[in-house]
Design a protein around this ligand. Sequence first.
Ligand SMILES: C[S@@+](CC[C@H](N)C(=O)[O-])C[C@H]1O[C@@H](n2cnc3c(N)ncnc32)[C@H](O)[C@@H]1O
Length: 217
Amino acid sequence: MATSEWTNSSVSKTYARWAPIYDLVFGSVFEQGRRAAVAAGERVGGRILEAGVGTGISLSYYKPTSRVFGIDLSEKMLAKARERVREQGLTHVEGLAVMDCEKLEFPDNSFDVVSAQLLVNTVPHPLVALEEFARVLKPGGEIILLNRIGADKGARLAVEHMIQPVVKKLGWRSEFPWERFEEWLNTSRYGMHLIDRLPMPPLGHFSVIRFGKHAKS
Ligand SMILES: C[S@@+](CC[C@H](N)C(=O)[O-])C[C@H]1O[C@@H](n2cnc3c(N)ncnc32)[C@H](O)[C@@H]1O
C-alpha cells in the first residue's frame, strides 16, 4: 500500500473508534510483550517517552520511581490514558500530550528511553518516526519497541500483502519486514545500532527490539 494513502487523520479516526474497547480486545494478548518492554526501559532508567501511549495500558506496569511522558495522536485514546492516570494515581507519569510521533515537539537528546509498543506499524511513515525517536534520545539511550515483524519472503509475505487493505481499516499494516529496520539503521543520522531482539507472543511474530544510540566519545 502506498504510504500516501495512510494519513494521520485516518489513523486518528480509526483509533477514536477503538478507544472504548481497545483494552478489552488488545489488553491481555500483548501483556507479556508490554511488560518486557517496560522492564527493559526501566533497566536503562532516567526519563522515558512512551510514544503511541494509547489508552495508557502499559503505564501501570512502571514503578512509581520511573519518570514517563506519554504522547499519542488520538485524543480519544489519550482521554482513556488520562482517566487511568487519575484513577490509579500514577504519579510517575509526568505528562500526557496529543502529538505526532513523526514530528515530536521535544528538543534533541531529551529522553534516556523512547518506548513504542505496537506503534511503528500504525504510523504513515515508520522510518520517519524511528528517526524522530533517535533524535530525541540522549546519546547512550535506548529505543525499545514492541513490534510485529512481517515476513521477508514466501507465503506469509503474500498473505500479509493480501490482507493489507482489510488490516489498514483496523489501524495497522500487516507487512513490515525486518529489512525496513535495517534500512533505517543504515541510513540514520544518529549512530543507531541493534542491541537485541526478543520474540514475544502471540505466535512469536512480535518482538521486543532494543536499539542503542552511540554514546558520545
Ligand atoms: C495499536 S495502538 C498501541 C497502543 C499502546 N501503545 C499499546 O501498547 O496498546 C497504536 C497507537 O498509536 C497511536 N498513533 C498512531 N499514529 C501515531 C502518530 N503518528 N503519532 C502518535 N501516535 C500515533 C494511535 O493513536 C494508537 O493509540
